[in-house]
Design a protein around this ligand. Structure first.
Ligand code: XLS
Ligand code: NI
Ligand code: NI
Length: 436
């Protein structure tokens, strides 16, 4: 496979001193860290939509990025060429996983039956390429937001006919995800949200979303699809308010509708910051509540209020993310999926490689830093010290629920004003910097 990126050979690890822009400086897939290889820890995935279907089009202008696999007149030929290009790219960049939306891989036809036939054809090709290359599917998903029928949402649409159409799409997308051995299936809200409450019955729409997800769980059982289901939170864009706003909101929703056993979350870095949280916060919330699943690894621009989907390059972010993930036990079914796109002016095929190399190296550095931080325990010890009071008889009694307000009052009357301690934030920030 050397047709669509003929100038580029397989990307190799050359070490931190290399000046070769087409080599890894830090990502050394076979290198062992804390008992696992870097590849096993990081589980990189390339997304089909931005990387192969991204054209640089924006609200102010038409496509700038013209790819050689996008040239054929017949859209099914384009779909085939793109699939070959994708697997050539996956192999050359050296990722273990990929992921897609149904409509990325096969163009929609005039009716559902014809559309599904097209999907079957391309899925068969993907299956062959997976077995030729060993690249696996980390998750599948469906696009329930681009077509005009979904302008008012999919499962939260005011019309049950649109709900039904969306169900057909998920049914099919789940079937092909299963055929391709997908390790998961992601639900990102798309247009599930509202523009104004003046026309929206929010409570009813959320009931419908839950009904839809219950149907997905039932169908998953019916076809014996073993993959993990994920919900991907995002607070806004395209709608003014997206129902799956953040991890906390998704957790409440899953509990209310008795879906907690079936879903984990797919946390996207840029969505976290749009929600006013750090990436690390969203990861930690999921880990603390047993709903950590997978990651859409990208970054936003702090000056901008939308999902810029840039490739992750910030070593602070990747270090803190990997510190949190490693301490939380690492990935099980999920991984680091680059839900990121090259900028509109990055029009060369090489730019796709630079982008992924930079992102993989950024996470490899994050992983190495995090492993050292964990081994040294310098941060952990300070945190332990900060909470040491909870291991005293008083702390234990409170945590075990063996004491109430009356006894606590007695305690304070006897012992007086609590002793205070410094939070040592600046010291901790300095220690973190030693690892960056
Ligand atoms: C959009 C989402 C989307 C999902 C997959 O903001 O990040 O790309 O990851 O539908
Ligand atoms: Ni995403
Ligand atoms: Ni996004």
């Amino acid at each position: 496979m050397n047709k669509f990126f003929p100038k580029i050979k397989k990307i190799k690890y050359e070490g931190p001193n290399s000046k070769n822009p087409l080599a890894f400086k830090h990502y050394n897939p076979g290198q062992k860290i804390m008992g696992k290889t870097m590849a096993q820890h990081l589980r990189f995935a390339v997304c089909f939509w931005h990387t192969f279907k991204g054209t640089g089009a924006d609200p102010f202008g038409s496509p700038t990025i013209l790819r050689n696999y996008n040239r054929a007149k017949n859209p099914m030929q384009v779909a085939e060429d793109t699939m070959y290009a994708a697997f050539e790219f996956f192999t050359k960049i050296g990722v273990e996983f990929w992921c897609f939306h149904d409509r990325d891989i096969a163009p929609e036809a005039d009716n559902l039956a014809e559309t599904n036939k097209r999907l079957d054809k391309i899925a068969a090709l993907a299956k062959k390429l997976q077995s030729d290359t060993g690249v696996k599917l980390i998750w599948g998903t469906s696009n329930l937001f681009s077509h005009r029928r979904f302008m008012a949402g999919a499962s939260t649409n005011p019309s049950p006919e649109v709900f039904a159409y969306a169900a057909c799409q998920i049914k099919k997308a789940m079937e092909i995800t299963k055929q391709l051995g997908g390790l998961g299936y992601t639900f990102w809200g798309g247009r599930e949200g509202y523009e104004t409450l003046l026309n929206t019955d929010m409570g009813r729409e959320l009931d419908h979303l839950a009904a839809f997800l219950h149907m997905a769980v039932d169908y998953k059982k019916k076809i014996r699809f073993k993959g993990q289901l994920y919900i991907e939170p995002k607070p806004k864009e395209p709608t003014k308010h997206q129902y799956d706003s953040d991890a906390g909101n998704c957790f409440a929703f899953l509990q209310k509708y008795d879906l907690l056993d079936h879903f984990k979350l797919n946390i996207e870095a840029n969505h976290a910051t749009l929600a006013g949280h750090t990436f690390q916060h969203e990861l930690q919330f999921c880990i603390d509540n047993g709903i950590f699943g997978s990651v859409d690894a990208n970054r936003g621009d702090l000056m901008l209020g939308w999902d810029t989907d840039q490739f992750p390059t910030d070593i602070y972010d990747t270090t803190l993310a990997m510190y949190t993930i490693l301490k939380g036990g690492g990935f099980k079914t999920g991984g680091l999926n680059f839900d990121a796109k090259v900028r509109r002016q990055s029009i060369d095929p090489q730019d796709l490689f630079y982008a992924h190399i930079g992102a993989m190296d950024a996470f490899a550095r994050g992983l190495k830093n995090a492993a050292k931080m964990i081994k040294d325990k310098r941060i952990e010890r300070l945190v332990q010290k900060r909470y040491a009071g909870w291991d005293s008889p008083l702390g234990r009694k409170i945590e075990k629920g063996k004491i109430g307000f009356t006894e606590l009052e007695k305690h304070i009357l006897k012992n007086g004003e609590p002793k205070l301690q410094s939070s040592k934030q600046e010291l901790l920030e300095n220690i973190l910097n030693e690892y960056i």
